[in-house]
Design a protein around this ligand. Structure first.
Ligand code: SF4
Length: 539
């Protein structure tokens, strides 16, 4: 009789970025392993915290009940769980329920890798690191033992020599049909594993510093599959896509040829950008996300991230010159960071015209170098997931609250408000720094009961205009209000047209040809030199 195996995970959200790739890779490996392929019927079942049924459930117990009941419907003998910071508690509860039905639970994933021993009571078997060799071996032994608990020696024998040096040994879960990217509206595309860097807060900080590449043949076939399935977007999993320039250029060429209409997201390092590479990125629809994390070299040194500010500015300038869309990441609560240096980081990042500015709270993740050095660095952090920083010797809980507020204001006003084309122009007209702008906006939103959750862009736009009208009035700069309103409406309508393809009519005070010109970069010059001419235009 075939052994029914379920590979599962609970995703953080419903998006192509949160596709269950880890669980799919393990499912695929079980399907192809000689000792399990003929013995097992493997199925991938994933859940998301945003699934309608799960979202409405209040407690973790209820969520665990829901997931367990769904899994039980499949009559599995073995369930493999992919455990992350956000699903750990629910999966522990879920395992309790499944154990009542004599189901064997194998757990892997980042949370298990970080501290396997504390989970030994919750799950029958815990697998650290990559699971594609260990899990099938374990399942083979469990089946041979007739479901009896394996001895320590038997378990260890499954883990011996299980590091995957050659990625060509692995099967692609896309190519063997384990996962269909169209179901998730896009794909996570693994090009490499490992990272040449060792940032202290990252799981890679204790890795081998080597990068293993997936074979070209697999990458080509997956690209063909994305084209055939018309996958709309692909998130590239390679922490430093551009570290090897020749490889990056060659792949960009292939992407442009095979999937010209697919939108790609890359993680890139600013220090390896040059004109040739930037130009190549412009040949495909794509966006780069670049980790800045802090603008303070001393802070970055403490987390093992060498940083050359001049080179960073120069290379980001190249992206802007060539017209590459990019976003920047910042982290608050890093060791040595003060609230003032964090604010300087926001000002610095915003000055580089990023398309989006993502601001995260530091997580001191078990299994990282930062976790090991937390005491020495005076870090106080949550002892349960998501392990967020509470305070450091330089960053108080009050600083953290203020940083959270800035992050919220920036996400709403700048990122979701698509403010990059005009944000610095507006700041200059108010003689205000980006960080003070966000703080003032946060206070305005609070006073006016504006909830800073992502909503329709048009609603955000109205709130942007409301805020600026009030701020210009308060600072006796009303002369800029109409021009600023035009610029916001004009760019907003264009961004909506680009995103949805839907045209709309907008009313303007100034002629559109001037709004869409270099003149609009300087509001003072604009209002002094451009004559108002009210009109209605179709975007
Ligand atoms: S944060 Fe990114 S660059 Fe740093 S070690 Fe991790 S994967 Fe590598």
């Amino acid at each position: 009789m075939m052994t029914k195996i379920l590979c599962t995970t609970l995703l953080v959200e419903k998006s192509p970025q949160a596709l269950p790739l880890g669980a799919a890779c393990v499912a695929s490996a079980i399907k192809h392993y000689a000792g399990t392929e003929k013995e097992c019927d493997v199925k991938l079942i994933s859940f998301s915290r945003e699934d309608d049924e799960i979202q409405t459930l209040e407690s973790n117990e209820q969520k665990a009940d829901f997931i367990a009941n769904r899994l039980l419907k499949e009559n599995p003998q073995i369930v493999c769980m992919s455990v992350f910071v956000w699903n750990r508690t629910i999966f522990e509860l879920c395992a309790e329920r499944l154990h009542k039905h004599n189901i064997i639970i194998i757990a892997g994933g980042p949370e298990i890798t970080a501290h396997p021993y504390i989970f030994e009571k919750s799950f029958d078997y815990t697998v650290t690191g990559e699971g594609e060799l260990k899990v099938p071996r374990l399942i083979e032994k469990v089946i041979l033992s007739g479901g009896k608990k394996l001895s320590k020696e038997e378990i260890l024998s499954c883990y011996e020599n299980a590091s995957i040096k050659d990625l060509s040994l692995l099967h692609s879960p896309y190519l063997d049909g384990t996962i269909d990217p169209t179901e998730f509206g896009g794909a996570l595309w693994e090009l490499a594993r490992g990272c040449p860097f060792k940032c202290s807060y990252c799981y890679e900080s204790k890795g081998e510093k080597t990068v293993r590449l997936f074979p070209e043949e697999r990458i080509d076939k997956e690209l063909e599959l994305f084209a055939q399935k018309k996958v709309p977007q692909v998130f590239v999993l390679d922490p430093t896509y551009n570290a090897n320039k020749e490889r990056a250029l060659a792949l960009l060429k292939k992407i442009a040829r095979i999937t010209p209409d697919t939108f790609y997201y890359f993680e890139a390092r600013a220090e390896f950008i040059d004109h040739q590479l930037a130009k190549a990125f412009t040949k495909i629809p794509c966006a780069l996300q670049i980790g800045l994390q802090s603008a303070d070299e001393n802070v970055l040194r403490k987390v093992n991230r060498p940083f050359n500010k001049k080179l960073f500015v120069k290379n980001i300038g190249i992206l802007n010159q060539e017209g590459v869309t990019f976003g920047l990441d910042l982290i608050y609560g890093l060791p040595g960071e003060t609230f003032a240096s964090f604010c300087a980081g926001i000002n610095f990042a915003a000055s580089l015209y990023p398309n989006n500015l993502e601001i995260f709270c530091l997580s001191v993740l078990p299994g990282t170098d930062l976790f090991d050095r937390a005491q020495e660095l005076n870090l106080t952090f949550e002892t349960t997931p998501p392990y967020n920083i509470i305070k450091t010797d330089k960053f108080s809980p009050q600083d953290k609250t203020k940083a959270q507020q800035l992050a919220q204001a920036c996400t709403y006003f700048y990122n979701d408000g698509r403010a990059v084309p005009w944000f610095l122009t507006i700041c200059r007209s108010l003689k205000i720094k980006p960080v003070d702008f966000f703080k003032t906006f946060y206070d305005f939103a609070k006073k006016n009961n504006i909830t800073l959750d992502c909503c329709e862009h048009k609603t955000i736009e109205e709130n942007q205009i409301k805020f600026l009208t009030s701020l210009y009035k308060q600072r006796q700069l009303d002369r800029y209000t109409k021009a600023a309103t035009d610029i916001i409406r004009f760019n907003g309508a264009i961004s909506r047209k680009t995103a949805t393809g839907i045209s709309e009519k907008i009313k303007l005070t100034y002629p559109p040809e001037y709004i869409d010109s270099q003149y609009s970069l300087d509001l003072d010059f604009f209002v002094k030199n451009v004559r108002p001419k009210p009109c209605e235009i179709k975007i």
